[in-house]
Design a protein around this ligand. Structure first.
Ligand code: RVK
Ligand code: MG
Ligand code: MG
Length: 348
């Protein structure tokens, strides 16, 4: 297994899952807000970061709850087992239905339980009159699978799509999940001690998505390549000399629960935050990523969680402030998942 020169891969695995959890926990209080004041957010982070830990601990939402299910299944089965994952989603939901799940996805959990898991992929196909969900629920939970498939890109693409299809059968739903997983995967393979080539990172994503989106060629769709379109818009924003206003980011990339208007936004947050951002006062690019993602408003828990997972996979666990971690419910549990997934992946 390849080892990143200056940082251990085990640290990157931890960074990814802790980043995912932290973005969810810290972003959740702002979910659905718009025009969030940068100075209020600065104070929020300063208070959380210390120097001393002060309670309360922030609760996670559906994003981390479903990530947990996926991690636990991969660890228990040591393989991708769709039926086992579906059962864990359902059990987790009925144990704690108040985790702020997407409005429609809960129908699937009820149907899966009613049909006794006869066809784990069946109920998702019936969502939205058969068109399937294009929400970001597949993408928000995918990190453990990106870790599990560290050494096998082909397997990653195939398994990630199947993992999404348990709840999201709309092409934009599962392609957004694939894009998020590819972004995490690319981050895992890069050395954070070398300067991040932002343009190359996004160009590689566009190239990979051209393979994923090619099955819509010739179907007469308005835009058969929606993710490539969004990623190209993202590149234009990143290449701009002057600073991009938040309103322009929100208008161009989006901050909604739709995967198409949130996954590229999360990737943008990671890439933009590797250099300083006005009104975000921190030297720590991981914290900057999460703080910036929340500042854009809208689906803050999910965008911060996805951006946090990509950033954590790039920088590694050592960059994540201890006090920020202490403010998140289940940090220890997520570290344990990362370590177990690393062991499984390293032995494959
Ligand atoms: C609340 C029309 C569609 C659609 C389609 C819209 C949590 C619906 C997490 C739906 C995440 C919403 C988020 C979410 C994750 C999707 N036609 N509208 N074909 N497909 N929508 O229910 O797991 O926060 O308005 O499948 O993807 O923190 O209610 O759930 O932010 O997207 O929810 O889609 O949601 P769902 P999800
Ligand atoms: Mg949530
Ligand atoms: Mg959300």
């Amino acid at each position: 297994m390849a080892v990143i020169d200056s940082i251990s891969l085990a640290s990157k695995f931890r960074g990814c899952l802790v980043g995912c959890l932290l973005g969810d926990c810290l972003g959740a209080p702002y979910e659905g807000d718009y025009g969030i004041s940068k100075s209020v957010l600065q104070k929020y982070f300063e208070k959380l970061e210390g120097p001393y830990f002060k309670s309360p601990v922030k609760q996670y939402t559906d994003d981390a709850a479903m990530t947990k299910c996926l991690a636990e299944s991969l660890i228990a089965q040591e393989k991708f087992d769709a039926l086992d994952i579906a059962k864990r989603f359902v059990k987790e939901y009925f144990n704690n239905p108040r985790h702020g799940y997407g409005q429609q996805v809960v129908d699937i959990f009820h149907k899966l339980r009613a049909q006794k898991f006869e066809d784990p992929f069946g109920p998702a196909k019936e969502q939205f009159d058969g068109s399937g969900s294009y929400g970001n629920g597949g993408a928000m939970r995918v990190s453990p699978l990106a870790l599990f498939c560290y050494s096998n890109y082909e397997e990653l693409v195939n398994l990630v799509r199947r993992s999404a299809e348990l709840t999201h059968t709309h092409k934009q739903g599962y392609d957004g999940t694939i894009l998020q997983a590819i972004a995490v995967h690319q981050s895992l393979h890069l050395d954070p001690k070398e300067t991040l080539d932002v343009h190359n990172f996004s160009t590689q994503l566009i190239q990979k998505m051209s393979q994923i989106e090619k099955d819509c060629e010739g179907l007469g769709l308005d835009d058969p390549y929606p993710y490539q379109t969004q990623l190209k818009k993202m590149q234009v924003l990143l290449d701009k000399k002057e600073d991009t206003h938040d309103a322009e980011v929100e208008k161009t990339l989006g901050t909604s629960v739709a995967a198409l208007y949130s996954v590229p936004t999360a990737i943008f947050c990671f890439l933009r935050a590797c250099t300083p951002i006005p009104e975000i006062d921190t030297d720590n690019p991981f914290r900057r990523t999460v703080q910036y993602a929340i500042s854009l408003g809208g689906d803050t828990d999910t965008i911060a969680s996805m951006a946090g997972a990509i950033a954590g996979a790039y920088y590694g666990y050592g960059i994540v402030s201890e006090n920020l971690q202490k403010h998140c419910e289940a940090t220890e549990q997520f570290i344990e998942y990362a370590d177990k997934l690393y062991k499984i992946t390293a032995s494959k």
